[in-house]
Structure formats: C-alpha cells, structure tokens
Design a binder for this molecule. Structure first.
Ligand code: HEC
Length: 296
C-alpha cells in the first residue's frame, strides 16, 4: 500500500489488519519479518506490554524509530489525478459516479475527508479474505481495515493481496458476491461512472507542496474540492444475484498502466496564477469604464 497521503497514523491504525497503532511498531517488522535487530534495546522492548504492537507506546524509545515515524508522518501529500479535467475539476462522468458511490453506500466505509473509516477501528469483511491472507496478531483475520481511496489512481494492483489488477476488478471479478458494494445492481454505464469517480479522488492537498518542495500556486477557484461525505448506512452486504456483473462490466474508462509520479496536475505549470487573472479583470473593467465615460 502507498504511504503517500496517509500521514503516518493520520487515518487510523496501520497495515491491512490494523494491527499497528504507531509507526514505531515497525520495530516488530524489522525484527520479525526483515531479520533485523531493530532499534529498541531488547531489555527496553521487553518492559511492560511494549513487545505487543498494540501495547504500551514505543515512541520516545529510539531516536532512529522516532525519526522514521516523523518522516512517514510527513507524507500527507496525494498526487493529483491526471483523470480530472485540465482545470482540476471532476469530469461529468465522475460527478455522476459520485452519486453512484453514495447510492451504493461506498462512503459508509470510504467516507469523510480521508475516504476511510479506519479511525473507527473497525475491520470489514468485504469478501476478499482468502486462506492466504494470514493472521492478525496471532488470531484469525476477521476483516480488513478500509483503505483510503485518495490517490488510488496510481496504486494498482489493489486489495491487501494485490489480487485485483484494476479498479474494475475490485468491483466485479473480486466482488462476485456483492459483499463489497451491491455493484451488480448497477445498470450499464454506471460502473464506468463509478470507476471514473474513484480514479479522480486525489485529496484536498492536491496542490500542497511537500515540506522540501517550493510552495505551489494557490488552487484556481472551483478546482476539485473534495466532497468529504460522511457515510450513511451502507448497502454493502447485499445478497449475491449471480448475473448482472457482465452487463455492467466491460469497456469505458481506461485505467493507468503504471504509477508515474505526476507531482503536479497536467497543465498546472501553464495555469495562470489567480492574481494574474484578478489584475487582468481589474484592468479590463477600468478600460470599459473609461470607454463608457468617453461615449457619454
Ligand atoms: C463495508 C465496508 C466497505 C464498503 C461499503 C466498501 N468498501 Fe471498499 N474496501 C473496504 C475494505 C475493508 C477494503 C480492503 C479489502 C482488501 O484489501 O481485501 C476495501 C478496498 C477497496 C478498494 C481497493 C483499495 C486499494 O488500495 O487496494 C477500492 C478501490 C474500494 N474499496 C472501492 C470501493 C467502492 C467503489 C465501494 C462502493 C461500491 C466500496 N469500496 C465499498 C471496505 C468497504
């Protein structure tokens, strides 16, 4: 999963299983998965419940881990989606797709400004868990932490096991039972609109520079603010209806093949600064006024 846009623990617990509550918990990953020695001295880690990921905090125990946490927490930026209109607004298809998104209750789990309910601390089984999905803290994995949808345009493949090559797969081939949204209820065309919308979710921070980047120009008025809807009750768990998927699938929006860092919206560099526009407006108003006076 991408670290961009998540701001460390800003969205809630970490990992697909939500089993870490601070970046410093990657001490466990360093030791257990990467065969490393970690940064926290053994005896310090063994104090109290620190040796459990959701136990006592590990912050403040190692300057290196704290520095790592500070860096990962600074990654709040979401790259702008090239699928938007050149002025940064949602395309007509995406606007229609937003209504589909809300109708299907996607925002029940992918809601709020971050498009995730991760902070609620609830895991969801959307029919994607397989025998290979692993465990959570030594227990069976009963659900997955909803990931944000901001910036997913550049992060295929999808789902915790990368089993969905495209967004269409997430919603169709990997959603055969409709547990991940009642997608088979859509009429042809609506699925394309839904995908167009998800491909254009890129966050309020789209024009915010990273700490080490020079400041970016102010966004142009009306350019793609985020909807930030808080979820209504979901219609996610509808019974399977078998057919219908084929009808809704096929054709339509082309998804990106590969992530390529587009750190600015296409054409952003050629966009005039708002002050230039304002000055031009003021000047033309002045000229018009003078002319009007001259004619009198
Ligand atoms: C009940 C909660 C819930 C609802 C409702 C829901 N999702 Fe999800 N969504 C999840 C969870 C949990 C995952 C992670 C599943 C996994 O990785 O196996 C996920 C994953 C995704 C992903 C993949 C993200 C990635 O980075 O891999 C996309 C795209 C997505 N959902 C879109 C949607 C859309 C569109 C809808 C509405 C049709 C929807 N979701 C409805 C909980 C939900």
């Amino acid at each position: 999963m991408a670290l961009l846009g998540r701001g460390g623990t800003k969205h809630g617990p970490l990992n697909w299983g939500g089993n870490f509550d601070e970046i410093q918990d990657f001490e466990h990953q360093l030791r257990d998965s990467f065969d490393g020695k970690g940064f926290i001295p053994d005896d310090v880690l063994q104090t109290g419940t620190r040796n459990q990921p959701l136990g006592e905090p590990k912050a403040g125990l190692s300057p290196e881990l704290d520095a790592l946490a500070a860096y990962v927490s600074s990654l709040e930026h979401v790259n702008p989606s090239p699928f938007r209109n050149p002025d940064g607004s949602l395309t007509a298809d995406a606007v229609a797709g937003k209504a589909v998104f809300e109708k299907l209750g996607c925002d029940f789990c992918h809601g709020g400004p971050d498009f995730t309910d991760s902070a609620r601390g609830q895991l969801h089984d959307v029919g994607t868990i397989t025998a290979n999905s692993g465990m959570r803290a030594g227990q069976p994995l009963i659900g997955i932490d909803s990931p944000t949808l901001l910036g997913v345009w550049e992060t295929p493949p999808y789902l915790h096991d990368g089993s969905a090559p495209t967004l269409r797969d997430v919603l169709t081939t990997n959603n055969a039972t409709d547990l991940h949204g009642y997608v088979s209820s859509l009429v042809p065309g609506q699925l394309d609109q839904l995908i167009a919308y998800v491909l254009q979710l890129d966050g309020d921070q789209r024009l915010r520079a990273l700490p080490f980047e020079p400041p970016l120009p102010e966004p142009v008025a009306g350019s793609g603010g985020q909807p930030g809807v808080v979820g209504q009750a979901g219609t996610g768990g509808q019974p399977a209806t078998g057919g219908g998927l084929q009808g809704a699938a096929g054709g339509g929006t082309k998804e990106p093949q590969r992530s390529s860092c587009a750190c600015r919206a296409p054409g952003a560099d050629t966009r005039p600064h708002p002050w230039v526009l304002l000055t031009a407006l003021a000047l033309s108003a002045l000229v018009a006024l003078r002319r009007a006076r001259g004619q009198r």
